[in-house]
Write a protein that binds this ligand. Structure first.
Ligand SMILES: C[S@@+](CC[C@H](N)C(=O)[O-])C[C@H]1O[C@@H](n2cnc3c(N)ncnc32)[C@H](O)[C@@H]1O
Length: 238
């Protein structure tokens, strides 16, 4: 059975430490093609924001760039104490909290960034309503997620149907949810490939129960090439 990734207990355990997230990020070390992180950064930068909220920022790479390169004030909120600790060690104003109940007044931010996190939110509509509420008029949400064919070859190797089909916020269904809360929604697709060696495949498998069979994958005659497909949604309030 596929593990739901939008249950609070799963999310808490998954991000209790940075190990699982790092194991999955390691899959993209040898990547070709579009860089979805760069697309997300550009979507934030193009409105020259003064005040940015990042929700679910993990280790804070994007928050650090937004503050350092754009000179914006950045507040970060993540449900994981460990991720908040890592972000604070980088000088980011990070707080433990949940996107479903944001402790901010209406209209406080020019931009909210939600990168690869909305699929974890148990009540997605509540989370999106909160994001829309704390944005100024004509404020921008930049939300990143993956498509069903993302890392298809890894799921094939594990002999499993991709768990992405169950994601509540992915490239194929994200726009519909965003349109319930925002006046306009546009999208940018990031396509590419990643080359994973045996060690990278095994680490990825260890980070996610659905792919646990990959922990003993290999030996490979040659590294595994896997496709990448992410979507950067840009949604704006009226
Ligand atoms: C897949 S990681 C993405 C991290 C980062 N945005 C990146 O691109 O590397 C998801 C992050 O969202 C956080 N998260 C999940 N659900 C959340 C919620 N309801 N409110 C705030 N943060 C949440 C997790 O703790 C984790 O740090």
């Amino acid at each position: 059975m596929t593990q739901r990734i939008d249950e609070a207990g799963f999310v808490r355990a998954q991000y209790e430490s940075e190990d699982n997230l790092r194991a999955r990020k390691a899959a993209y070390v040898n990547a070709e093609g579009d860089d979805p992180r760069e697309f997300a950064f550009e979507a934030v930068a193009e409105v020259a924001p003064q005040r940015v909220l990042e929700v679910g920022g993990g280790e804070g790479e994007l928050a650090e760039r937004i503050r350092g390169e754009l000179g914006a004030e950045v507040i970060a909120m993540d449900q994981s104490e460990r991720m908040v600790e890592i972000q604070r060690s980088k000088g980011i104003d990070a707080r433990v909290g949940d996107v479903q109940t944001l402790p901010f007044a209406d209209g406080e931010f020019d931009v909210v960034l939600a990168a690869w996190m909305l699929y974890h939110v148990p009540d997605l509509d509540r989370g999106l309503a909160e994001i829309a509420r704390v944005l100024k008029p004509s404020g921008r949400l930049v939300a990143v997620t993956n498509a069903i064919d993302h890392l298809q070859e890894l799921w094939d190797l594990a002999g499993r149907v991709t768990a992405l089909q169950k994601f509540t916020f992915r490239s194929e269904n994200g726009e519909e949810s965003l349109r319930r809360h925002f006046a306009s929604v546009t999208r940018r697709e990031a396509h590419g490939w990643a080359t994973m060696d045996e060690e990278a495949v095994r680490r990825f498998g260890a980070s996610w129960a659905d792919l646990a069979s990959l922990v003993t994958a290999g030996p490979f005659a040659e590294p595994l090439r896997v496709r990448r497909h992410s979507t950067i949604f840009v949604a704006e309030t009226a």
